[in-house]
Design a protein around this ligand. Structure first.
Ligand SMILES: C[S@@+](CC[C@H](N)C(=O)[O-])C[C@H]1O[C@@H](n2cnc3c(N)ncnc32)[C@H](O)[C@@H]1O
Length: 336
């Protein structure tokens, strides 16, 4: 490694994207599930993963150096606790997110990040000739990976951020852009008296009934298909927008909020779950998520002041921000 620490830092950053790819490959191959019962020689893993044994060895060795697997004997690997989070059906699984970060269509856009920086337009549209949501509508395999990845984040990050907010008085929460209902399922599990409406594009929300039923909360949830630029369901006393506003520029984010404002009763709350960018140079996941938005979508992450301005433009009033240091914070607004 370089002796100059500044050169060393750049060297590390130049290699960083390989780590994303390695984790994505391990997740795609389902290696962690194959190690669930204990360490196995790499030659035993090559068959079930459909890989070249030596190439797989090199991947697992590189990931062992990152604490994801451990080489317990020459060419025999076991799981570490972090590696166990790459298993599919375990509490805290992040496998679907890792698969999504390894997804070729997504990564092709990142190769063209420079295009987004030069033009301010999403590199995804430059590469694929269509916007992100239309692409997913036309590619159900990739859409399933995306929706499941959102499920990992909803359970492991957004539901945790929402614990900073007491929803015990809420009767019906409308989850606007609620995807496959993972966040609604987590909230319904936490609040036994809560009801929920999961609202998303019709072909997306079609996947929510199963998630809600599997979580044992289907009887307290409705699913509604529609377009949040047209209207959102009425009758909620809380409107949750988790990872929605960051997908859109200010004009379209305001249009969504204005539709929420039209649908909500006077006493209802708007609960936005999004990264809130802090001042200064401090590391914050939102600063990288912002680059994901720059690359894939016409969206951006925002500061608290920028959120307050969006709320004002939509006839709402920012009341408070909870969990401000988490990767995703919770901003509460009411009718102005
Ligand atoms: C980043 S995902 C967030 C999903 C979920 N709220 C969460 O936190 O995991 C954005 C969601 O917005 C939905 N969406 C995009 N355009 C939409 C539209 N015009 N109307 C309704 N939903 C839309 C997508 O289908 C997707 O489920």
């Amino acid at each position: 490694m370089a002796t100059n620490p500044d050169a060393e830092r750049i060297l590390q950053l130049c290699f960083a994207s390989l780590l994303t790819q390695l984790v994505g490959v391990a997740a795609e191959l389902g290696v962690a599930d194959l190690l669930a019962e204990g360490p196995r020689p790499v030659d035993e893993l090559a068959g079930p993963t459909g890989t070249n044994s030596d190439a797989l060895y090199r991947v697992l060795r590189a990931l062992a150096a990152q604490g994801i697997f451990t080489e317990v004997a020459p060419r025999t690997f076991g799981l570490t606790p972090a590696g166990a989070a790459l298993r599919q059906d375990v509490q805290g699984s992040m496998r679907d997110l890792a698969r999504y970060f390894g997804m070729p269509a997504r990564n092709h856009a990142f190769v063209e990040l420079l295009h987004a920086v030069r033009t301010g337009e999403p590199a995804f549209e430059h590469v694929h000739g269509t916007d992100y949501w239309s692409y997913l509508a036309d590619h159900p395999g990739d859409a399933a990976i995306f929706d499941n990845a959102m499920g990992n984040l909803a359970r492991q990050v957004h539901a945790v951020a929402l614990e900073a907010c007491d929803l015990s008085g809420i009767r019906v929460a409308v989850d606007v852009g609620g995807g496959h209902g993972h966040l609604a399922a987590a909230l319904l599990g936490r609040y036994p008296d809560l009801g929920a409406v999961v609202f998303d594009l019709p072909h997306v929300v079609a996947g929510a009934d199963k998630v809600l039923a599997d979580a044992g909360v289907g009887h307290r949830a409705d699913t509604v298909g529609g377009d949040f630029f047209t209207a959102v369901p009425e009758g909620g006393d809380a409107y949750v927008l988790s990872m929605i506003l960051h997908d859109w520029d200010d004009a379209r984010a305001t249009a969504i909020l204005a539709n929420v404002r039209r649908a909500m009763d006077p006493g209802a709350k708007v609960i936005v779950v999004d990264a809130v960018i802090p001042q200064g140079d401090h590391p914050h996941l939102g600063k990288l998520l912002d680059i994901v938005m720059l690359t894939l979508l016409p969206g951006r992450e925002r500061t608290e002041a920028e959120f307050a301005a969006l709320f004002r433009a939509a006839g709402l009033c920012h009341a408070e921000t909870r969990a401000p240091s988490s990767p995703t914070s919770v901003l509460v607004a009411t009718a102005a």
